[in-house]
Design a protein around this ligand. Structure first.
Ligand SMILES: C[S@@+](CC[C@H](N)C(=O)[O-])C[C@H]1O[C@@H](n2cnc3c(N)ncnc32)[C@H](O)[C@@H]1O
Length: 436
C-alpha cells in the first residue's frame, strides 16, 4: 500500500516518524520536513499498533537529502540495492551530524531527564575527506552457493552479491584483494570475516590481519596488533581478531584521547581539592574494559606526584582479559588488577584497596550498565564517572539512575565514528554532587 505522508521528526534505528490517520509510522530513508510517498511493510492493518514503511518517492526533499555515495545501500525503490549496513546513506554528512546530535539530545531529555541546548558531535577529518567511506577495520559477511560474498537485502533473507564494501578501510580492501574475497576466493555458503588493523606511522600491513572462514583462520594471524598513539606515547595491543575492538580505523585514537583528557582533568581537580589525602596513588575503575583499550593509557597517566594510578578493571570475555593482562605486562604496567566476570557481580566484592575509586570509566554494551551497576558505582563514592556509550538511549537511562544516586551531568560529547549509519558514540562526564 502506498501513501503520501509528511515526515515529522527523527526516530531510532535510522527511521523518522510520520502519522497516518493518527497512527505512528516509522519510515526508513526519510528526513524531517519531507513530503514523501511510502510503501507500508506488512502487517499494516492491525489496530493500535505502529506501522513501518520505506520511502518510494520523494515529493518535497529535505536540504539534507543526497544521492547515496554507495548506491547498493540506498532504498530499492529509489534505484538502490536495498542492502543493510548504511541506513543514513540518503543523508548528507552535515545532515548526519544534525540527526545524531538531535537523537542524543532528545534521548537525554526524554529518558535521562536532562535538558541540553545542544549535543556537539565530532566528525573525524578523515571521514570528511573520504565522504564517510573507508573506515571499517572489521567486516563479517556470508557467501552464497557460488562463493560470492553477499549482504542481506533489508527485511528479507535474500543475499545480494557484492563486489566491494565501500565502508571498509583501504587496508582491509587491500587484503580482500590479496585473497580474492570479493571474486570467488571464499567457500560457498560460508561465514567470512576480515580484521585488518589500520597500519600506522608508515607501517605496512604485512601479516597483521586475519582472514577467517567459518571460524577457521585462512591467512594472517589470530592475534592482530593494534597501535594507539596518544599524548606522545604509543600503546600496543595484541587482540583477538574475532573479539571486540572499536571498528572505525581512527576511533581508538580519538576516544582514548578524549577519555584520557577527562580522567586527567578530574584527577587534577580532585588532587587540588583533597590536599593531604592526595598523597596516595589514585584509584580508578574501568568497567567493560575489553582488551584494555583505555586501561593501558590510564595506567600510564602522570598523576603529578610521582605515583601511578591503581586500576581495577572488569570485563566478561575471558580471552579479552587475558590479552589485556598480557598487553599490560608487555608494557611494564603492574598497577592493574584485571578481573574476568560480570560487572554487576564482580562489583559486589571489590578488594578493599580498590573499593573507593576517584574516577570510574565505563564502556558498556548497547544495553547499558543498568541500575545495579550504577548503584555499585555510587556506593563506591566515586567522584567522577566517565561513561562511553554506543547507545544513547541506554546512556540516558543510566544517566537518570546516576542522577537519582547523586550525580550530575557535567559534559557530553558525541563522535560520529560510524558514518552513514544511525550509530553514534557518546561520552558523558558526571560528577558527584557535594553532600550527596
Ligand atoms: C563496548 S565494548 C567496550 C570494550 C572496550 N572498552 C573497548 O573499547 O575496546 C563492551 C565490552 O563489555 C563486555 N561486556 C558485556 N556485558 C558485560 C557484563 N555484563 N559484564 C562484563 N563485561 C561485559 C563485552 O565483552 C565488551 O568487551
Amino acid at each position: 500500500m502506498q501513501l503520501e505522508v509528511r515526515i515529522e521528526r527523527y526516530a531510532d534505528q535510522g527511521r523518522c516518524v510520520a502519522h497516518i490517520d493518527g497512527r505512528v509510522v516509522f519510515v526508513r530513508f526519510a528526513l524531517p520536513g519531507e513530503l514523501v510517498e511510502i510503501e507500508l511493510d506488512e502487517p499494516h492493518n492491525r489496530k493500535n499498533r505502529f506501522a513501518t514503511g520505506e520511502v518510494v518517492r520523494v515529493i518535497e526533499p529535505s536540504p539534507y537529502r543526497v544521492d547515496p555515495v554507495w548506491q547498493l545501500a540506498g532504498p530499492a525503490a529509489l534505484g538502490g540495492g536495498g542492502v543493510g549496513g548504511a541506513d543514513l546513506i540518503h543523508v548528507s554528512l552535515p545532515g548526519q551530524i544534525e540527526w545524531k546530535s538531535t537523537m542524543v539530545r532528545e534521548q537525554m531529555e526524554r529518558l535521562g531527564k536532562v535538558t541540553l541546548d545542544t549535543v556537539p558531535v565530532t566528525r573525524l577529518d578523515c571521514d570528511t575527506k573520504t565522504q564517510g567511506l573507508y573506515w571499517r577495520t572489521r567486516i563479517e559477511m556470508v557467501t552464497n552457493g557460488e562463493g560470492r560474498v553477499t549482504m542481506r537485502k533489508r527485511g528479507t533473507h535474500v543475499g545480494v552479491p557484492i563486489d566491494t564494501m565501500p565502508l571498509a578501510s583501504s587496508a582491509l580492501l587491500e587484503v580482500a584483494e590479496r585473497y580474492h574475497v570479493f571474486d570467488g576466493g571464499a567457500k560457498p555458503n560460508a561465514r567470512v570475516r576480515l580484521a585488518v588493523p589500520e597500519p600506522r606511522e608508515g607501517r605496512s600491513i604485512e601479516d597483521n590481519f586475519a582472514w577467517i572462514v567459518n571460524d577457521k583462520l585462512m591467512a594472517g594471524t589470530e592475534l592482530v596488533t593494534e597501535r594507539v598513539s596518544v599524548q606522545g606515547r604509543e600503546f600496543t595491543y595484541k587482540v583477538h581478531a574475532g573479539g571486540f575492538w572499536q571498528m572505525h580505523r581512527m576511533a581508538p585514537l580519538v576516544l582514548v584521547d578524549y577519555v584520557l583528557s577527562l580522567v586527567q582533568q578530574q584527577l587534577r581537580e580532585l588532587r587540588k581539592s583533597s590536599g593531604e589525602r592526595a598523597k596516595n596513588a589514585p584509584v580508578l575503575w574501568e568497567l567493560y574494559s575489553g582488551s584494555g583499550l583505555f586501561t593501558l593509557p590510564m595506567a600510564a597517566l602522570a598523576t603529578g606526584d610521582g605515583t601511578q594510578p591503581r586500576i581495577f578493571t572488569v570485563e566478561g570475555a575471558r580471552p579479552a582479559v587475558e590479552q589485556a593482562r598480557a598487553n599490560a605486562a608487555a608494557m611494564g604496567f603492574d598497577s592493574i588488577d584485571a578481573r574476568i566476570g560480570d560487572v554487576a557481580k564482580t562489583l559486589r566484592h571489590v578488594p578493599r584497596e580498590f573499593a573507593h575509586p576517584q574516577v570510574v570509566v565505563l564502556d558498556p554494551p548497547r544495553a547499558g550498565a543498568k541500575a545495579e551497576v550504577c548503584r555499585a558505582i555510587a556506593a563506591s563514592g566515586a567522584e567522577s564517572v566517565v561513561y562511553v556509550a554506543c547507545d544513547p538511549a541506554s546512556l540516558a537511562r543510566d544517566t537518570a539512575t546516576l542522577q537519582e544516586l547523586g550525580y550530575r551531568l557535567e559534559s557530553i560529547q558525541a563522535f560520529d565514528i560510524y558514518p552513514h549509519t544511525h550509530h553514534v558514540e557518546t561520552v558523558a562526564l558526571m560528577s558527584r554532587v557535594e553532600g550527596k
